[in-house]
Design a protein around this ligand. Structure first.
Ligand code: 4AZ
Length: 244
């Protein structure tokens, strides 16, 4: 996260650290991406975070990924479902969304709701451009090029498709599976290692996952805001998997 601050414990209780290690290894898991808890056994993340042949786990409830914290919940990933129209081109990531089904730990629960672990809601109506929302993650910052141990967050504004598709911004690359957020003047943005994590907007005290950190040209650059998977466009796809 560029232009952010350290998050206090419990500030983003749906924030997940998605961690991997090579299959068959007994070594440590490494943070690879963010994720968003939607239900006790379901996490939303970016399709580009899913790599085959690795073992995955999620860690919930903590702010420091280098320490075992008392509120941590560590849960293995049972399976990953990548959007069937996910596509990577030289310019953009299309339909960059995936769901992780977690391993049942204490039937019927995977994650357990606590002060530090809660689900975020799927959006039931669109948010206007200009709305102030929040991004969070353990990714690269201005001063930490390998990412941070402590969860960081920043406020960003939703940017209209018209502004995001301007020739000096991203031109025709973004489609409706994407949404831009940040500041055209730069400085505040998501970055590598934040991918898969939340862009959350609030309405009447409820927190909605509006975006999933996906891509961008660099981080915090002028006229290069962060691009997010547009969750509103995937609500039917997500609920289909939650219910099946
Ligand atoms: C990345 O490499 C990445 N500034 C994530 C987010 C952004 C850029 C790059 C947005 O995972």
């Amino acid at each position: 996260i560029f232009g952010g601050m350290k998050s206090p414990p419990g500030a983003h209780p749906w924030q997940v650290s998605l961690q991997t290690r090579s299959k068959g290894s007994s070594g440590p898991f490494n943070h690879m991406c963010g994720g968003i808890l939607l239900e006790s056994c379901w996490v939303l993340t970016a399709a580009h975070c899913i790599i085959s042949g690795v073992e995955m786990q999620v860690v919930l409830g903590g702010v420091d990924i280098e320490k075992d914290e008392i509120y941590d919940q560590v849960i293995p990933v049972e399976k990953a479902i990548v959007h069937e129209n996910y596509k990577e081109t030289a310019f953009a990531l299309y339909n960059d969304i995936a769901m992780l089904q977690l391993k049942v730990m204490d039937r019927p629960y995977c994650a357990k709701e606590t002060r530090y672990v809660k689900t975020a809601c799927l959006p039931n109506q669109p948010f206007n451009s200009g709305t102030e929302c929040v991004i969070s993650g353990w990714g690269v910052t201005e001063t930490q090029k390998f990412g941070t141990n402590k969860l960081m967050d920043a406020r960003v504004h939703l940017i209209s498709q018209e502004k995001c598709k301007a020739p000096h911004v991203y031109g025709d690359s973004p489609d409706d599976s994407m949404l831009c957020a940040g500041y055209l003047k730069g400085g505040v943005d998501s970055c590598q290692g934040d991918s898969g994590g939340p862009l959350v907007c609030q309405r009447n005290g409820t927190h909605y996952v509006v975006g999933v950190v996906s891509w961008g040209d660099g981080c915090g650059l002028k006229n290069k805001p962060g691009v997010y998977a547009n969750v509103g466009r995937f609500v039917d796809w997500i609920t289909h998997h939650l219910l099946s």
